[in-house]
Design a protein around this ligand. Structure first.
Ligand code: MG
Length: 248
């Protein structure tokens, strides 16, 4: 069941989203060679608490940290720890917040210093795919118009969209209906209507689409060890089009 949000609820979600955006801003400034992923986690945790919000991922199904930090071949759900980031790494940072009963969810993949041409292409394409998907998030379109736009942008550059993980509705719960795949056919799926709020989140691999979960039972990696990137925004569907809620 898809829960529609009133304009008032959307404004509450925008405040939760702004907290996530603020944490991302601080992390983007902190990411450089020599920093550990647990240091990034602490920066986000302190900022989120300072805003009177809760880190949504901490304790979610037992997840042990405030953010997900996924390095290089890690796709999503990486657990922050004492891993030191080095020049040339890419790190996907996913942050969720809970404020006043509503969730915000947003991810960026960041460059650690200078990165390879392959990594630059991957990040540019994945971010562009998110933009293309968001552009389709308007009333009267269909859910898979978003999916198709993402997939088309990714595959045009010879990269691969992950199938096993998808975006989601979001609101009073972090994960609501509908699922938002990053692949699909135009005109399929539910019709989009005003008040739907979706977390749109392309996950893109340089190599094959296949992924597996590490023994820590969280970290998702590419099966072939190729690089992976992840970008995400929480987006409300409004009468005049998409409204990105995870901005400052
Ligand atoms: Mg999400």
């Amino acid at each position: 069941m898809i829960v529609l949000k009133s304009p008032d609820e959307i404004e509450k979600m925008r405040r939760a989203g702004a907290v996530v955006a603020g944490a991302h801003k601080m992390i983007a400034e902190a990411v450089k060679p020599g920093v550990t992923t647990i240091e990034l986690d602490q920066i986000a945790a302190e900022y989120i608490a300072s805003q009177g919000a809760k880190a949504a991922f901490l304790g979610y199904n037992g997840f042990p940290a405030s953010i997900c930090a996924s390095v290089n071949e890690e796709v999503v759900h990486g657990i922050p720890g004492d891993r030191v980031l080095v020049e040339g790494d890419i790190v996907g940072v996913d942050i969720g917040s809970l404020l006043d009963g509503y969730y915000g969810d947003c991810a960026y993949t960041l460059r650690v210093g200078d990165v390879s041409d392959e990594a630059n292409l991957l990040l540019d394409v994945t971010q562009r795919a998110l933009v293309k998907g968001i552009e389709q998030a308007k009333p009267g379109n269909f859910l898979q118009d978003i999916s198709h736009a993402v997939q088309q942008e990714v595959e045009a550059s010879g990269l691969a969209v992950v199938r096993q993980l998808v975006g989601h509705g979001i609101g009073r719960k972090m994960h609501e209906d509908p699922q938002v795949p990053n692949y699909g056919k135009p005109g399929r799926g539910v019709m989009l209507q005003e008040g739907m709020v979706l977390a749109i989140e392309p996950m893109v691999n340089v190599g094959t689409i296949d992924v597996r979960v590490l023994d820590d039972e969280w970290t998702v990696v590419t099966k072939d060890g190729s690089l992976s990137a992840h970008f995400e925004h929480t987006v409300a569907i409004r009468s005049d089009g998409p409204d990105i809620l995870t901005l400052q």
